[in-house]
Structures are given as C-alpha cells and as structure tokens.
Design a protein around this ligand. Structure first.
Ligand code: ADP
Ligand code: NG1
Length: 479
C-alpha cells in the first residue's frame, strides 16, 4: 500500500510531555475520570501544489509540529460529550443514534460552529461502522494549529475526531482508508475539498515531505535539500473556507472547465462530473498540451450560465443540480480559462519540484560532499517554482490577500521565494530559505511586516512566524 511504511496509525505509549499532562489533568477536572487514550493529528504546510488536489493532481505537503489532541474516555450511556480546553469554544453533547441524525448546520451567519468539524468526523465514522457502536465518548480537545489559516486545522480536527471514534469502537482501518474516510467526512461541512489535508495527516513521515497522489491514494517520501529551511508566516488575516463560497466556486469552475473541453472534444458527452486530471487521462495528452486545449476551447475571460448551458447542451436546472453546489447555485458568471490554466501549470510545477528534489538527492550520493553550491542553486530553482505558484494563485486563481502579497513582497526583497499556502484568501505564506539565512529572514519579516506594517509588539511575534521541518503523522497514545 505505502511501500515499507507501516499501514496502520501507530498506537504507542504516552510521551512525557507537559501539554499531554495538562490535557489529562483538565480532562479529569471536566469529567472526574482519567482519559483512556489521546489521539494526535498534525496540521500541515503545503510546499507546492495548491488547489489541485480536488482536480486529481498530486501535491507536496509536510506535517507540522502543531496539532490537535483529543483526550478520550469511553462511557456506557451512548452519548457524545465534546469539550474544548480553550474557553472560546463552547461545549456540546448529543445522544449517538445514527449518522442520519447528525445534522451539520452553520450558525445564523453561515459560519460553522467549531464542533461541526468534530461532528463531521463522528458522522463519517458512524457511516463507516453502519451505526454499529459499542460505547459513547467523553472528549476534550486541545489544538495549537492557527485556525482558518491554511495550515489545515479543520482537517486535523475532523480527522482526530474520526480516528478517536473509530479507535474507541475497536475499528481498525489502514492509514489510507481512514484518510479517505476523513476527506469524505469533512465534505459534510459544505466544502468540496480534495483530500490532501487528511492524507498528509495520516501518511506524514518525519524528515520528508510527501508526494501525494490520488485515485488510488498513495504517499511517497521526498527528501528536501539539507540546507533548505521552510518558514511559515501568518498574514494576520483569517479566512474560514466553509463560511463563504470562494472555495466551492473554484471547485465548480474547474469541473465546468473540464466538462466543456471534454464535450468540445467529444470524449465525455453524458452528465457525469469529471476532473481536469480525468480529462487529461481521457485525452492521453501531457500537461503542456492541456494548457493549449484550455486556450483553444475556453477563450473567454468570463462565462455566463447561458454560455455554459449552450456549450454543455444542458438546461439551467441541469447545470444547477448536476454541477453546482448549494452555495454556488446563485452565481451568474464563472472564470474557467484562468482556473484551468492555474491547475495544469501548477501540476507541472509540482512535478518539476519533486524531480529537482530527487535529482538533488541522487546527485549528492555521487558528489562526495562537494555539493554546497549545487544545493544553493537547487534551493533557488525550487524557490522560483514557489514564486511562480504564488503569482498564479494571485492572478489566475484569485485566492491571495493583500497581507499575503505584502509578506511575499518583503520576502522577495530579501531574495527569498514565498507563496500562499493552503486555501488562501488570508492565512499563511510558506517561504523557502537557505538555512544560513533563516534568522535574518525571520528577523526582517518581524520588523518589516509585523512591527512596521501591523503595529505588533516585536516580543510577541514568535507566534506568527516560525521555521519548520517535516513532522510525524497521526498517532494514538495509550494511557
Ligand atoms: P484551516 O485552513 O485552518 O483548515 P478552516 O477555515 O477550514 O481553516 O477551519 C477553521 C475552523 O476549524 C475554525 O474556525 C474552527 O471552527 C475549527 N478549529 C480549528 N482549530 C480548532 C481548535 N483548536 N478548537 C476548536 N475548533 C477549531
Ligand atoms: P486548507 O488550507 O486547510 O483550507 C483547503 C482544502 C485542501 C486543498 C487546499 C488548497 C479542505 C479540507 N482542504 O485546505 O483540500 O484544496 O485548500 O490547495 O477542503
């Protein structure tokens, strides 16, 4: 399944760690009983390959040290008790009956309640278990992934809830099975994500990024250049992707682009939804040729619903019901060329990035340590791919934010390549920096961005910007 990597989430002894101790103590204070196990699921930073997982293309993320912890204890009353260590997240409890009974609805402003992400994981697990459960659960959650910031706090929460519930019921799924189940579960929140976040949450390995391919889901370790350091910096703008239709709009624009090209070329004339990568497989063409197809078959900057119906030979009702989501049905104009171009070109950049990393590793094993300049050169070339990714996300995909662009501009002035990471519209940048330069770079971001531009106290800026390296995937800790 994953070469020689272990197929199952490791179940290990609880490490000596003050955060775990505090969580166990808080659990006891809340429920007057000790937790029986703690689940840990990390956040992630995507190095390259943005907004292409839901089009079926490979991505290259790594897990962070920041995570969601869920302390759990099984109880006999068949209820679910959900608590959060942070007082800003209110408590919730419900009687567990069937997955159909778990309703996941937002608040009056259309923003999901935080526990909806927990319920997504529980609903998905119940569906998998066909509602056959043995026990109820008391849960206390503690997270330190910056929320709504493109570092996958939501997927860590969904995945941690799902894994906790399955483990409590005695179910054993492989890492790839549970990652796929969690990707499906998170869609109950209303967004049509592609599965990158849940995949890296379970398949991550320490010291290596993962090249994740879909259909079937697989992760292959990619060694990053030894002298490369990745820095994550928060733009101080948050964006909850389930609270707006920005994310789903891009998903359906990609679907429509694929279907229009397929219909024009007579390779998919029924009403099935196809992704841009399925289209490429049908046409058996390379990515460069797909870019030419986009220019040829999608020449316009904007497409109205009427244009799309004509091209697909369907009625507006069919367009609404088959291709659009509840939160995109009211849209009237769509950008198809721009989105499809981004996807095909970003897929090429991921491929180039991975190949450069592999060549660099292979080259090193034959270079007898004389590789200092070679690495610097590779870091520059990898960085250029990241800068081009940002430009495309900004111009073609329109998912950047002025704060993110400021961070990227400051980085560029320091000759550091950086890009928006995750869904965007706020959140974080990821920058690639030579390790010798990282302290100066972080210092410059603190001065130029957080202090000068955002009026932050320099002493408090450590929370916004940090260097990171590939970390472990999900684990279950026995107590
Ligand atoms: P992200 O890019 O971080 O995945 P999303 O907008 O998809 O952003 O999800 C963020 C939401 O996840 C938050 O608004 C909150 O509801 C929930 N969330 C994240 N971390 C926590 C946490 N530690 N405790 C409770 N809820 C959390
Ligand atoms: P974040 O950044 O965690 O909101 C979202 C999607 C990913 C992927 C990226 C963009 C979910 C759960 N996550 O991630 O699948 O599409 O955006 O590359 O939908």
């Amino acid at each position: 399944m994953n070469g020689n990597k272990s197929d199952y989430v490791p179940i290990v002894d609880l490490p000596a760690d003050s955060r775990m101790d505090k969580l166990s103590k808080a659990f006891y204070d809340e429920f007057q009983v000790k937790p029986t196990f703690i689940v840990r699921v990390p956040g992630r930073v995507n190095i390259i390959g943005e907004h292409i997982d839901y089009c079926g293309y490979p991505v290259l993320p790594m897990a962070l040290e920041q995570d969601i912890l869920v302390a759990a204890h099984c109880i006999e009353d068949g209820k679910l008790y959900v608590r959060n260590k942070s007082a800003k997240y209110k408590s919730m409890e419900l009687k567990i009956t069937s997955y159909d009974d778990i309703k996941i609805e937002p608040d009056n402003n259309g923003k999901p309640f935080w526990y909806n992400y927990v319920l997504c994981g529980i609903k998905g697990a119940l569906e998998h278990l066909k509602n056959k459960i043995n026990v109820g659960l008391q849960l206390l959650i503690d997270g330190n992934i910056p929320p709504a910031s493109g570092l996958s706090s939501s997927s860590a929460l969904v995945s941690a809830a799902c894994l906790t519930f399955l483990h409590a019921q005695g179910a054993k799924l492989s890492k790839t099975e549970i990652a796929s189940l969690c990707a499906k579960s998170e869609r109950y929140i209303g967004t049509q994500g592609g599965g990158m976040d849940q995949a890296i949450a379970f398949l991550a390995e320490k010291y290596c990024a993962q090249y994740i391919t879909f259909h079937p889901l697989k992760a292959v370790s990619v060694a990053l250049p030894e002298d490369a350091t990745f820095v994550v910096a928060h733009s101080l703008a948050e964006a909850n992707k389930a609270a707006t239709n920005d994310f789903n709009r891009r998903v359906i624009e990609c679907r429509l682009a694929a279907k229009i090209i397929a219909t024009s070329l007579n390779v998919s004339n029924d009403h099935t939804i196809i992704t841009l990568s399925q289209l490429q497989n049908m046409l058996k063409e390379d990515l460069k040729k797909m870019v030419l197809y986009v220019f040829y078959y999608l020449p316009n900057d904007l497409y109205t619903k009427k244009d799309i119906c004509q091209l697909l030979k369907i009625t507006e009702d069919e367009l609404n019901n088959i291709y659009l989501t509840p939160n995109t049905r009211h849209l009237t104009e769509f950008k198809l060329k721009q989105r499809a171009l981004h996807v095909y070109e970003e897929a090429m950049r991921v491929d180039d990035f991975r190949k450069m990393c592999i060549e660099q590793t292979n080259g090193k094993s034959t270079a007898n340590g004389q590789n200092g300049h070679v690495e610097e050169d590779v870091i520059g070339k990898l960085g250029e791919l990241m800068s081009r990714s940002h430009a495309s996300l900004k111009e073609l995909y329109e998912c950047s934010h002025e704060n993110l662009d400021s961070l990227v501009d400051i980085s560029q002035k320091m000759n550091v390549h950086a890009r928006v990471t995750g869904a965007g519209w706020g959140g974080c940048i990821v920058a690639l920096c030579h390790k010798d330069k990282v302290n100066d770079y972080i210092e410059a971001l603190k001065e130029e961005y957080y202090v000068k531009k955002c009026n932050k106290d320099k002493n408090k800026t450590d929370a916004y910007v940090f260097a990171t390296s590939p970390n472990y995937g999900a684990a279950i800790y026995k107590i």
